[in-house]
Design a protein around this ligand. Structure first.
Ligand code: ADP
Length: 523
């Protein structure tokens, strides 16, 4: 049986040939090729010239892999083994036909090479895309920042103008300018957000917060805004949701506000419904579903997929204002919140946007008592006015702050044009509080803060410091904190927030100062 099998399989792929030193064929079983006895084997194929070397160098045993031969128009791939015969004058050749094997290997290699090439191409493309993306993000962030700076002073001076004596008509115009400027600030913030999200710089910060109050406040705001537009507003907050939850309420707020703003923008009759519900109770983590439904213009079915792309505005509808960035941010934020944003819409009937976020339920459901001190201008005016030193290099910002402080009247303000001057002034005059712009020439706000905190004069080193900056990044806030600053305010300056922060820090500083004095006396 084995003989039969050998006949069928091995013999059909293997041929034995014996040649002498003259390369004449002494014997051949001709299983594969017809090679006549006594013929010159190099006539059969020039490859066999190589055999002379084997005789000359007396190479006992050699193997040649994958020798290509064309015989009678057919391509073969053959492994050839050679053994010098016992007499030393003959050479035994074993020809092994491996054509099928080598063809398969060749194909596999080809496929592999192609896939390596494709992989390299796609890597190259990815790299290029990444470069483009990071350029876009840097460009967006820088340009938005540059535009924001002059815009800040426009918004600031509008507030100053509002407090001057102007006619009703001028006030109306001023309000329009103010609204438009605020819109611009929002668009710039959106642009910065997009660049931050895409650069992976925005992360989710989970904190305990009064969830019910947060949602109710939002609802109250939009109740007023829908009233103004003569639209109805339905609000539902499931009683199953506990008061205190743990989550990133700033980002959730950003998403909801974007959705509610769109609903308001694209609805001209009927109304808006805002509902906040949960499908589970008494768990440590609950899914909270936010849903905004409107009876507005709706979105055509074929456009539903593209509305989440940056800068998408459905044609002819750009009239409604906006940048086409809102939903793209919403989508990216909901991704960050590990949530899916869903949209259902029928053109001409309205839309529903919804998303579900898993939030932690706080162990502590009690509200801390916050003692809020009411600000009383007269009180402050009666007392000796606290002296405040501002470090700010840009003239128009100096002017704006001077106007704001003059209008407010409770504090006296000195201005130094860089951090180095601030430190000098503090050595020479007594101040109660320092406000530092973070970007200044010679010495910036962060370095100045560090110098103040390291001062050997305790009255200086313990001064409350407020950071003031047009940049809004978390890194910068962290840096300000690390430099020892007590509060962080962003431009455009919100005058109310500025003065309430000053007041808060001053009263805390005074209390601490007394404690310090007492303990020093005890020593
Ligand atoms: P925009 O700043 O233009 O509102 P968005 O990214 O928020 O940009 O929205 C993209 C587009 O999706 C809008 O231009 C609008 O055509 C459509 N859209 C978004 N929300 C609604 C809605 N509630 N009703 C109808 N169309 C909407």
């Amino acid at each position: 049986m084995l003989d039969n099998l050998r006949q069928d399989f091995i013999n059909k792929t293997t041929q034995l040939v014996v040649v002498n030193r003259e390369l004449e064929v002494v014997d051949s079983d001709n299983n594969l090729f017809d090679i006549s006895k006594n013929s010159d084997i190099t006539d059969f194929h020039p490859f066999f010239f190589a055999l002379t070397t084997i005789f000359d160098e007396e190479l006992q045993e050699e193997t040649f892999f994958c020798v290509q031969m064309e015989v009678l128009g057919k391509h073969y791939f053959i492994d050839i083994k050679t053994y010098i015969g016992e007499d030393g004058d003959t050479l035994v050749l074993i020809l092994n036909d491996l054509t099928d094997h080598y063809k398969t290997v060749h194909q596999i290699k080809q496929v592999r090479n192609e896939s390596i090439i494709n992989f390299n191409i796609s890597q190259e493309l990815n790299q290029q895309l990444e470069i483009q993306r990071s350029f876009k993000n840097k460009f967006l962030a820088n340009v938005s920042h540059e535009i924001r700076t002059p815009l800040n002073s426009i918004v600031g001076f509008i507030s100053v103008l509002e407090n001057t004596e102007i006619s009703r008509e001028q006030l109306d115009v001023l309000h329009i300018i103010k609204d438009s400027s605020k819109n611009l600030v929002t668009i710039l913030d959106d642009l910065m957000d997009i660049s931050k999200i895409e650069a992976g710089k925005l992360d989710i910060k989970k904190r305990r917060f009064d969830f019910r109050e947060f949602v109710e406040k939002l609802a109250k705001t939009y109740q007023i805004r829908t009233d103004d537009k003569r639209l109805s507003f339905d609000f539902e907050l499931s009683s199953k949701i506990p008061r205190f939850l743990v989550g990133d309420h700033l980002r959730i707020n950003q998403v909801i506000v974007n959705l509610l703003e769109n609903a308001l923008k694209y609805t001209h009759q009927g109304g808006i419904k805002f509902s906040v519900t949960t499908s589970s109770v008494n768990a440590r983590r609950i899914p909270v579903t936010f849903e905004v439904t409107d009876t507005g213009i709706g979105i055509p079915k074929e456009k539903l997929d593209s509305i989440f792309d940056s800068f998408t505005q459905l044609e002819k509808r750009g009239l409604f204002g906006g940048s086409g960035l809102g939903l793209s941010i919403v989508k990216q934020l909901t991704d960050l919140l590990e949530s899916d944003l869903e949209v259902k819409s029928v053109e001409g009937e309205g839309s529903t946007f919804s998303f579900t976020v898993f939030m932690g339920v706080s162990h502590n459901q009690k509200k801390e008592k916050v003692v809020k001190k009411k600000r009383d201008k007269k009180d402050l005016k009666g007392a000796k006015r606290p002296r405040i030193l501002l470090g700010e290099d840009v003239e128009v910002n100096q002017l704006l702050m001077m106007r704001l402080f003059a209008d407010y009247g409770a504090y006296s303000l000195d201005i130094a044009k860089n951090g180095e001057r601030v430190v000098e002034y503090l050595d020479r005059f007594p101040y109660d509080l320092v406000i530092l712009d973070l970007t200044m020439p010679v010495m910036d706000g962060l370095d100045a803060a560090v110098q103040i905190r390291n001062s050997s004069n305790k009255k200086v080193s313990k001064l409350p410091i407020i950071a003031l900056t047009a940049r809004t990044s978390q890194e910068e806030q962290d840096a300000a904190k690390e430099a020892g600053m007590n509060a962080y305010l962003t431009k455009p300056i919100d005058a109310d927030l500025l003065f309430s922060t000053i007041e808060r820090l001053l009263s805390r500083y005074k209390r601490k100062d007394k404690v310090l004095e007492i303990s020093e006396e005890e020593e």
